[in-house]
Write a protein that binds this ligand. Structure first.
Ligand code: 0L1
Ligand code: MG
Length: 262
């Protein structure tokens, strides 16, 4: 770690205020170019503690930047993880208030709910598959707190990987009934197809993303608890949304997820 606790706390406050007040800020590595990965996850963890202290619950965990399309879109090379605050959970079909966000984007994901705890290091897909309770379609709403989504990997980790909301579908399936890598996804915006993809876009298999999450958490002496809801990462590139837009995502074997923005 290169930052002291007072600076970590101050950066967590700055980024959380940007979220709560919908006022974007410049990326934090401009001011702290020497910050390291522990600093970045330390700031994210301090934001999480601020929310929990205020009475928010943690609805789940997320992996981000798990596909080539997303890495290319954002100009980065490594997956990242974050947490999902409860107030970002929207029902399927919800009309979502644009005033909640700065410049939201949506991406289609496979979500996995665990039955048993998973811990690293050394966690692999062979341990993840039997630990899955069920699989559900989901759409993540991301909203960077940085101006123009301009960030680098450490800045975006500190900003809780742009997590802002999610909508889960209503059909739940057992992992054994799905071929997750070939599971197709079609995203429509206002009735037009804007993105297409398949589950393999997520590190070859969405369950591999869960294994990677367990291994990344292990380096902070944490594990994935039983019953965790995990967004495994975008299958499609993220699509910008604005007032009046309707999003409908069809998932092969998992039904559809829709929402609109007002
Ligand atoms: O969930 C994601 O893949 C987002 C990770 C952060 C990068 C971004 O804001 O696009
Ligand atoms: Mg995502």
């Amino acid at each position: 770690m290169t930052l002291d606790q007072a600076t970590i706390a101050q950066l967590a406050e700055r980024l959380e205020n940007a979220e709560l007040n919908r006022q974007p800020v410049t990326r934090i590595t401009d001011a702290y170019p020497d910050m390291d990965w522990d600093d970045a996850y330390g700031i994210q963890s301090a934001i999480r503690k601020r929310k929990v202290a205020r009475g928010n619950k943690i609805a789940g965990l997320k992996m981000g930047l798990t596909s080539r399309a997303k890495m290319k879109q954002m100009g980065v090379e490594t997956p990242v993880y974050g947490f999902l605050p409860d107030y970002g959970s929207y029902a399927d079909g919800a009309e979502i208030d644009m005033a909640t966000f700065i410049h939201p984007r949506v991406e289609a994901e496979v979500a996995i709910v665990t039955r048993t705890e998973l811990s690293g290091p050394g966690c692999h897909i062979g341990q993840v598959l039997p630990a899955i309770d069920f699989v559900v379609a989901a759409v993540e709403i991301i909203d960077s707190r940085y101006e123009n989504f301009r960030f680098d990997l450490k800045s975006v980790i500190a900003d809780n990987t742009s997590a802002a909301g999610f909508v889960a579908g209503s059909m739940i399936r057992e992992a054994a009934d799905l071929d997750m890598p070939t599971l197709g996804v079609v995203m429509e915006k206002n009735g037009e197809i804007v993105e297409l993809g398949a589950g393999a876009a997520v590190l070859g298999h969405p369950a591999s993303s869960v294994a990677m999450l367990a291994n990344m958490l292990a380096s902070r002496d944490e594990a994935i608890p039983a019953g965790a809801f995990i967004m495994t990462g975008g299958i499609t590139a993220a699509v910008a949304v604005g007032k009046g837009d309707a999003i409908n995502v069809r998932f092969q074997d998992l039904g559809k997820v829709s929402m609109s923005f007002k």
